[in-house]
Design a protein around this ligand. Structure first.
Ligand code: HEC
Length: 330
């Protein structure tokens, strides 16, 4: 029994091509690290590239001069990491280092420029046109995390990944392409799928986020639309009247004169001079009796008591009330 088992084992081993033999454990670990580090570099480059485009294109943050230099060094890295992995280029680390090391220097300089008067004084003539390089849109964690800080992390990750992928590679082989078998267990199709999945995931996530921002901005613009009572369309006033009569008339009266102890709004300073934003805010959240701005001691409920009033309804009713306040609703 025992002898037979031995023979089976020997046969199995003989059938397996030599390259698929289990390598020494530390060798295999090095390969796994080396192989995955290229994907780490890919991920870092794509997150940084899409993140910077998200900030400028979706959030509307204008890049400063020093940001542009970092972009020049970062954007090619997104394409080089992808191409390098897809073609299994063993020299990829050289191109990565050629861009990412200066990138680290650039980000570090920019970060110090933001944080230190001394560094800013070294080259006082740089960064004087356009967006100041010393200001930062982000300033997370009490100003520690700024945009160049994030770029520095990305460049550093890419440098470390490039070094790791180089160290994990057998140094004596100088072929441009890795031998197909050295990437044991990693098939070309799997590589393509993984690269595409990472890129699609990162790009998709930032597109979704950018779209959400764009929609929020459109909504904000719609709400901030100037609603001058003088130029309001009859349709808008008609709509405003309908909202007023369904939600506001009970307290403010048919002509804004006020019901019971609610004051007349005909001389409301807020309606005559307040901005759209102030009025929209008041109608949205109401004004409690103990609010410092409350004049009558009576509470004005949010939306006049109507929960979740649509922005268009608020704009219409405000326009109508402005007319009432001017005594010319009809
Ligand atoms: C339950 C009663 C009530 C309803 C319903 C109500 N309000 Fe009011 N509203 C008040 C009271 C009370 C005040 C005065 C608050 C104060 O003294 O500061 C007020 C104040 C206001 C003011 C500001 C006047 C100023 O100069 O400070 C506006 C504008 C206003 N209401 C709009 C509306 C609109 C629009 C609606 C309908 C969507 C509405 N209100 C429905 C009770 C009401």
């Amino acid at each position: 029994m025992e002898t037979k088992d031995h023979r089976v084992d020997a046969d199995t081993v003989r059938d397996v091509p030599e390259d698929d033999l289990e390598p020494l454990p530390e060798n295999r670990l090095a390969r796994v690290i080396g192989r995955s580090s290229r994907y780490v570099a890919l991920l870092a480059a794509w997150v940084a590239t899409c993140g910077s485009l998200y900030m400028s294109e979706a959030l509307g943050w204008i890049p400063c001069l020093l940001c542009w230099y970092q972009r020049i060094l970062m954007y090619p890295l997104a394409l080089i990491t992808a191409t390098g992995i897809l073609t299994n280029d063993r020299r990829m680390h050289r191109y990565l280092l050629a861009l990412a090391v200066p990138g680290m220097g650039m980000s570090l300089y920019h970060y110090l420029y933001q944080k230190s008067d001394f560094v800013r004084g070294l080259l006082p003539s740089s960064c004087v046109v356009g967006v100041p390089c010393s200001a930062d849109y982000l300033n997370w964690l009490g100003g520690v995390v700024t945009i160049p800080f994030l770029a520095l992390i990305a460049f550093t990750v890419i440098v470390l990944a490039a070094v790791a992928s180089r160290l994990a590679d057998e140094p004596e082989e100088e072929t441009l392409e890795a031998p197909a078998t050295s990437a044991a267990g990693e098939r070309p199709l799997g590589r393509v799928a993984l690269v595409l999945a990472i890129i699609a995931g990162v790009v998709g996530a930032f597109l979704v986020a950018g779209n959400a921002v764009a929609q929020g901005q459109a909504a904000a613009r719609a709400v901030m639309m100037p609603v001058s009572a003088a130029t309001a369309s009859p349709a808008l006033l008609q709509k405003g009247k309908a909202v007023y009569e369904s939600a506001c008339i009970g307290c403010h009266g048919p002509a804004g004169e006020g019901v019971a102890s609610v004051r007349s709004i005909t001389n409301s300073l807020l309606l005559r001079t307040g901005s759209d934003a102030e009025l929209i805010q008041l109608v949205r959240v109401g004004r409690s009796a103990n609010d410092p701005h409350n004049v009558s001691g009576l509470a004005m409920p949010a939306g006049g008591g109507r929960v979740g009033m649509a922005d268009e309804d608020i704009i219409a009713v405000i326009t109508y009330m402005r007319r009432l306040a001017q005594g010319s609703a009809d």
